[in-house]
Ligand binder design. Sequence first.
Ligand SMILES: Nc1nc2c(c(=O)[nH]1)N[C@@H](CN(C=O)c1ccc(C(=O)N[C@@H](CCC(=O)O)C(=O)O)cc1)CN2
Ligand SMILES: NCC(=O)N[C@@H]1O[C@H](COP(=O)([O-])[O-])[C@@H](O)[C@H]1O
Length: 215
Amino acid sequence: MKNIVILISGRGSNFEAILRTARAENWEAEGLRLAAVISNRPDAAGLNRAREAGIPAVGMDHKAYPSREAFEEALAAEIDKFEPALIVLAGFMRVLTEGFVSKYEGRILNIHPALLPLFPGLHTHERAIEAGCRVHGATVHFVSAVLDGGAIIGQAVVPVLPTDDADALAARCLRSEHILYPRCVREVALGRVVAEEGKARMSDETARALTVFDV
Ligand SMILES: Nc1nc2c(c(=O)[nH]1)N[C@@H](CN(C=O)c1ccc(C(=O)N[C@@H](CCC(=O)O)C(=O)O)cc1)CN2
Ligand SMILES: NCC(=O)N[C@@H]1O[C@H](COP(=O)([O-])[O-])[C@@H](O)[C@H]1O
C-alpha cells in the first residue's frame, strides 16, 4: 500500500476533492491510501473533514515552536509515522526549508493558483487581472527549495473574463484545481510521473491527462 499524507492550512477543499476522487475511483484497490491529514493550524476546517472521513487528522501549531526548523523537525516526525510514499501540499501555507524538502525530494507535490512560472508567491488572482491576462489557472508541481520553482507536473487553464474580480477568478481557478490535483496525485502515486534531473518525466498520454482546459 502506498501512503499519501496531505498537508493543509485551512478549509482543505483540495483535500476534499482528492478524498472524493479517491473514493469514487477506489484508489485503495490500486494500492493508494490517504493515510493522514496534517495542518500547521489546529483550527483548520479540513482537519474536521478528515476526522469525519475516518482519516487520522493532526493539528500542529507552527507558532508553538521556537523556529521554522523546530516546527519542521516535529512535522517530519509526525509525517514519518505514516510511512508516506507521497506528501501532498493542499493549501499548506508555510515555506519549507531546503533541509525538509531534501529529506522528501521527489515525493512532495504542491498546487499553486497560477500558471507557473507566471505569478509565483501570493495574491496570484489579483496579479493576473492587473496584468491583463486573458487566461489564468493552476499548476501542480514537485516541491523544491525554490518557492514555486519545482518541476511542473500538470496545469489547468481557465479564462479571465472582463467582469472578473479576484474572487470570481479565484473561484473559477479553484474549480479547475479540484479536477487537476486528484489526477496529478494519482499519476505520481502510481509512478507514471517521476522527478528526474529537475524535470517531471511522463508519457505523452499522461501529459495530456494532466492538462485541463476549463473554457
Ligand atoms: N520550499 C518550498 N516550500 C513551499 C512551496 C515550494 O514550492 N517550495 N510551495 C508553497 C505553497 N505556496 C504557494 O504555492 C506558498 C505558501 C506560503 C507562502 C508564504 O509566504 N508563507 C509565509 C506564511 C504565510 C502564512 O502563514 O499565512 C511563511 O512561510 O512565512 C508562500 C507560498 C508551500 N511551501
Ligand atoms: N501558495 C499556495 C496557495 O496559494 N495555494 C492555494 O490555496 C488554496 C487552498 O484552498 P483549499 O485549502 O480549499 O485547498 C488553493 O487555491 C491553492 O491553490
